[in-house]
Design a protein around this ligand. Structure first.
Ligand code: NAP
Length: 265
């Protein structure tokens, strides 16, 4: 049965591939991000190719007004999504004291508050219908502290913990909640994070296999999805090693990657 999927961060990277993949299975879409031109171009392409209905909403989800605007559009158009892909997010590389507080607080607002808020708005309807799918995008960063990206890693740890808890809360009520934890993936993420020249990490994945792995895990109601064997090993090591070892190793790896770029003082 065709469903209605709301995808945040659908103007670039993983969000675009979530939209393409869901449309290819006949699902109708609500595409959300700030860059309306990109959403509309993608919507037009997918509408033509797959005959699906696409609604585009431009809003800044790091602000309360932006979140409210999205909710108003949903109410106004009578749209009640069956699938929610909480994908919008960004990171920033640098020492905590050097990055602007606007950038860091905005990151918490988008990566954490908007994700929780949107889930809270849509979950009751899904529970009433005893059917719904929520996929929250965290990261392998969720399993460790991240010197040089301290706030970003902490936001992803929140998303993982929140998603796992919610997965258990709704398990017997017909709603799937899964958390996708990608490792480094080729998207616009690193240029937004101010680290476009950082050498590519081993095990870097293309966006489409990450998205496919996320959706397969969501349909199967898998609580935590880690795509790619390299990321799987990283996560297992982070789970098994003592926390102080993980922290020191993260510091060595991240500082080595970012320090040469002048992102860290
Ligand atoms: N790429 C990686 O290596 C990687 C690894 C692990 C996890 N992730 C996670 O994967 C998710 C998707 O990231 P990506 O790699 O696809 O990055 P991306 O290519 O930079 O895409 C980010 C998306 O988020 C949207 N966005 C950013 N700020 C927004 C705001 N204030 N309001 C609404 N939308 C906003 C962007 O659209 P606009 O700019 O048009 O608003 C864009 O569509 C993120 O949660 C990220 O943390 C990425």
């Amino acid at each position: 049965m065709p469903k209605l999927a709301l995808i945040t961060g659908a103007s670039a990277g993983l969000g675009v591939d979530f939209a393409k993949e869901l449309a290819s299975f006949g699902h109708n879409l609500i595409l959300v991000a700030r860059r309306l031109d990109r959403l509309e171009a993608l919507g037009e392409e997918l509408g033509k190719k797959h005959g699906v209905a696409v609604h585009c909403v431009s809003c800044d989800l790091s602000s309360e007004e932006g979140c409210q605007k999205l909710l108003d559009v949903l109410k106004e158009k009578g749209l009640s999504p069956d699938i929610l892909i909480n994908n919008a997010g960004y990171g920033a590389c640098g020492s905590y004291d050097q990055l602007s507080s606007e950038n860091q607080m905005g990151m918490i607002s988008l990566n954490v508050l908007a994700l929780c808020w949107l889930t809270r708005q849509l979950l009751p309807d899904m529970l009433r219908r005893r059917q719904g799918y929520i996929l929250n995008i965290a990261s392998v960063a969720a399993f460790q502290p991240g010197p040089g990206m301290a706030v970003y890693f902490a936001t992803k740890a929140f998303v993982l913990s929140f998603s796992e808890a919610l997965h258990e809360e709704v398990l017997e009520h017909g709603v799937h909640v899964s958390c996708l934890c990608p490792g480094t993936t080729r998207t616009e993420f690193f240029s937004v994070a101010g680290a476009e020249h950082v050498p590519q990490a081993p095990g870097t994945m293309e966006s489409l296999p990450v998205v496919r792995s996320g959706l397969n895990g969501l349909w199967a109601n898998q609580a935590v999805i880690v795509p790619g064997w390299h990321n799987f090993i990283t996560v297992q090591l982070n789970r098994l090693l003592p926390r102080f070892v993980v922290r020191k190793a993260a510091k060595m790896i991240l500082l080595k990657r970012f320090l040469t770029q002048g992102n860290l003082s």
